[in-house]
Design a protein around this ligand. Structure first.
Ligand code: ATP
Ligand code: MG
Length: 320
């Protein structure tokens, strides 16, 4: 079977998307927790749904919940449910999302946002495979596959103490990385066709042609900070405004020029020059504490010293 047919709900033909489809199929075949990482709008939920649909749990529910900025008490009753009288407003019994997802998959989006106190409770549920409703006494066994997603730098949150490492290790048996749209611009024409069809039906505008080649070039060059979601919004504007839709991108492109140019600077440097520069930046960031810097760089202290010497990073040596 050609790779592009493996997971038809994920639109794309780039090598990165083909690899992602293969991974989705592999991960779907196993029944372990999955952590889905990727920038905002890159398609993390699309991937989670695809994993569910290709798994043995496909006939059971897929239940999703965004954990973004939900207060701790509310997220508990959302996920675990509550009994009448568990708190002031709890008049009736509420079945939590874990129980609603019974037999299926529970997708916890923006997992990087859950409060520390709740992380401990969630970890316990994952270990014991049972939930207790708030105000309830009996535990209910749960058979749910957990998928979590975040666009936050989760390892960094762990390093800062904002995310429990034991919870991360529970969640990331599999790690799926969804590539940013600017890393797979070959997919843009196909995605545009897909969204023209999708919204053409919804807006009763089924005959809109895709942007012509010179415009397509502009779309490939644009960095798409909002990824596929931003492209989808562009297509909707294109359908209604035509060429004017590009003006919004032109305006946005100017805000994004700077970071992009800064990134491109690396392209004219050798790997050794880049390594030397990164070491200097990390040292600076660690207030020249070499033990910490070595740890962050994944180096033994001795290797860091060797590199400092090789690259002649002397000025930093003196300041220590
Ligand atoms: N490969 C794809 N094929 C088809 N549609 C896609 C693809 N990737 C993303 N989309 C569409 O783009 C939009 C954003 O995708 P999705 O919600 O999965 O992103 P996300 O990574 O979860 O975003 P956020 O970080 O904001 O939660 C959705 O409308 C989705 O249907
Ligand atoms: Mg999402």
């Amino acid at each position: 079977m050609p790779a592009e047919d493996l997971v038809p709900e994920i639109v794309g033909i780039s090598p990165k998307i083909k690899a992602l489809k293969q991974q989705v199929r592999q991960v779907a075949a196993a029944d372990y927790p999955v952590l889905i990482l990727g920038e905002s709008g890159a398609g993390k939920e699309v991937v989670a749904r695809a994993i569910h649909r290709h798994s043995a749990r496909a006939a059971s529910p897929f239940v999703g919940q965004s954990c973004l900025a939900i207060p701790e008490t509310l997220i508990e009753s959302e996920l675990f449910g509550h009994e009448p009288g568990a708190f002031t407003d709890a008049r009736e019994r509420r079945i939590g999302l874990f129980e609603q997802a019974q037999g299926g998959s529970l997708f916890l989006d923006e997992i990087g946002d859950i409060p520390l106190g709740f992380q401990k409770r969630l970890l316990r549920v994952l270990q014991e495979r049972e939930v207790r409703r708030l105000g309830g006494t009996e535990a209910t066994a749960i058979n749910v596959r957990i998928m979590a997603a975040t666009n936050a730098p989760i390892e960094q949150l762990v390093a800062q103490g904002a995310f429990r490492s034991d919870l991360l290790y529970r969640l990331n048996t599999f790690e799926v990385r969804v590539p940013a749209l600017r890393q797979r611009v070959e997919d843009i024409p196909l995605l545009i066709d897909h969204f023209l069809k999708k919204h053409g039906v919804a807006y009763k505008m089924t005959n809109v042609a895709p942007p012509p080649p010179p415009m397509m070039e502009k779309l490939r060059a644009y960095p798409w900070p909002g990824n596929v979601r931003e492209l989808e919004n562009f297509v909707v504007r294109w359908m209604t405004l035509g060429e004017e839709a590009l003006d919004v991108l032109d305006r946005k492109a100017t805000y994004h020029l700077e970071p992009q140019d800064a990134n491109r600077r690396w392209l004219s440097m050798t790997l050794e020059e880049i390594e030397a520069e990164v070491i200097k930046m990390v040292l600076e960031d660690c207030s020249h504490n070499k033990t910490l810097a070595a740890k962050r760089l994944g180096l033994a202290r001795k290797s860091l010293y060797n590199k400092l010497e090789r690259y002649g990073i002397k000025e930093v040596e003196k300041r220590n």
